[in-house]
Design a protein around this ligand. Structure first.
Ligand code: FCB
Length: 444
């Protein structure tokens, strides 16, 4: 059997996020989050879906952890709901029940030999903070650092990896500029301020974690979308530069100490009023790893020139192009440009059509093919020197896919939302084989 192996000790995992799976939004003292408010506002999510129940993971966490054992993962990436810990966002009013929930979860993972990787912010900002300006208000960055400190004080001895902020691009652009995600605002000024305060919050949280001397590694999770010009026409090439700049360079460059990209600052004519002296130093506090979320590519440009590039007609259910070599391109590019010490793929996966049989079993060969091709590109990047140390598949199970609701399924485990029954899909079984072999064989 021909096996292409990942390096020894490669960390295999799956990922989820609190609001997408937990449900129990009103229980045990949890406060309201911006996603509760947003999803309950008519017209914001597909079919008016909300996270009120989701996968009911809050009550089913123990059996869900048993499913992780079935998948054979080394690590599990989950997120902590800020409004469970600090329902009023007041640091003097810590909700003990919230801390206990995550403490049990972390201990349950450790009991099963699985390393906990906790994301501190996966989009569920306490609504009380949004009412004071949300991420457009600098105070939110300080509040985030206090929250990070509170959590790490309790769990720092047991969590293997901390991920501060998940996808600041999505939060600032989809949440504050395009209004597609919570909090649903549409202001470029607020979006730019939010992007800076998210990075500042990340840097302050890194300091909080370092101050506590937690026994773990810490980093940030950024999403990268491959951007390519439709043609060689200068207009298209310029559009590509701009899109790559706002999507892919805007966040990583300040993190690695290079500041915001000059060309984009000029394009946006941003006055940078939220950037105070010392901020860029805080933002570039050294990270132990960079979390990379990768899903797709977009082809940009609207010049009249004949296209030299067209997307692969094979799209996922999200309408996203399947473009595996983007993973290779980003890992090798950031390795060379920014000398990143360590990468984790913190999300990668696909929404597919998923037709269950009578028992709820899904034979999702298309998702297997998607993952296989992306893993192969990760291997290629490793061969070319990129320090890729682990991979978290999105997602452990089907869940609330934000504004798309429950219609889009990303899991390697199926969830029947009527009964809350979980059924491992073909992709979950296949993933377990890959993890077991620590590689791809020609027969898997
Ligand atoms: C990412 C999110 C994650 C999930 C995937 C499909 O942007 O971080 O929660 O929704 O997309």
């Amino acid at each position: 059997m021909n096996v292409s192996s990942f390096p020894e000790g490669f960390l295999w995992g799956v990922a989820t996020a609190a609001y997408q799976i937990e449900g129990a939004t009103d229980e045990d003292g949890r406060g309201e989050s911006i996603w509760d408010r947003f999803s309950h506002t008519p017209g914001r999510t597909a079919h008016g879906d909300t996270g009120d129940v989701a996968c009911d993971h809050y009550h089913r966490w123990e059996s869900d952890l048993d499913l992780l054992v079935e998948l054979g993962v080394d690590a599990y990436r989950f997120s902590i709901a800020w409004p469970r810990i600090l329902p009023t966002a007041d640091i003097d009013q810590v909700n003990e029940a919230g801390l206990t929930f995550y403490e049990q979860l972390v201990d349950g993972l450790l009991d099963r030999g699985i390393k906990p990787f906790a994301t501190l912010y996966h989009w569920d900002l306490p609504q009380v903070l949004e009412d004071k300006g949300g991420w457009a208000n600098r105070e939110t960055a300080y509040a985030f650092a206090d929250y990070a400190y509170t959590i790490a004080e309790r769990l720092g001895d047991r969590v293997s990896g901390w991920m501060t902020i998940n996808e600041p691009w999505v939060v600032s652009v989809l949440g504050y500029e395009r209004g597609e995600f919570a909090p649903g605002r549409t202001s470029l000024t607020d979006s730019l301020a939010a992007s800076h305060h998210l990075l500042l919050g990340h840097g302050l949280a890194m300091h909080a974690l370092r101050d506590l001397d937690v026994n773990s590694e810490a980093g940030i999770v950024l999403n990268f979308t491959a951007q390519e010009a439709k043609s060689d026409h200068p207009e298209d090439r310029d559009k590509q530069r701009f899109e790559d700049g706002t999507n892919n360079r805007w966040f990583i460059e300040p993190i690695v100490g290079k500041g915001y990209p000059e060309d984009i600052l000029a394009d946006l004519r941003w006055d940078q009023s939220p950037v105070l002296p010392g901020d860029l130093e805080i933002i570039s506090t050294p990270i132990d790893f960079l979390g990379v979320n990768y899903y797709t590519r977009v082809i940009v440009g609207d010049s009249p020139a004949a296209p030299t590039l067209v997307s692969d007609p094979n799209l996922t259910e999200m309408g996203w192009e399947i473009y595996p070599s983007g993973i290779y391109e980003f890992l090798t590019r950031f390795h060379h440009e920014h000398h990143i010490k360590k990468f984790y793929i913190t999300e990668n996966g696909a929404a597919m059509r998923d037709v269950p049989d009578d028992e709820g079993f899904v034979d999702d060969q298309d998702r297997i093919e998607f993952l296989r091709r992306h893993f192969a590109e990760g291997l290629r990047a490793i061969d070319d020197g990129a320090p890729l140390a682990g991979w978290f598949v999105w997602s452990m199970m089907d869940n609330f896919e934000w504004a798309s609701g429950y219609g889009k399924r990303f899991g390697v485990i199926r969830v029947d939302y009527e009964t809350q029954q979980r059924t491992v899909k073909s992709s979950g079984r296949w993933l377990a084989d890959v993890i077991e072999a620590n590689g791809l064989s020609t027969s898997t």
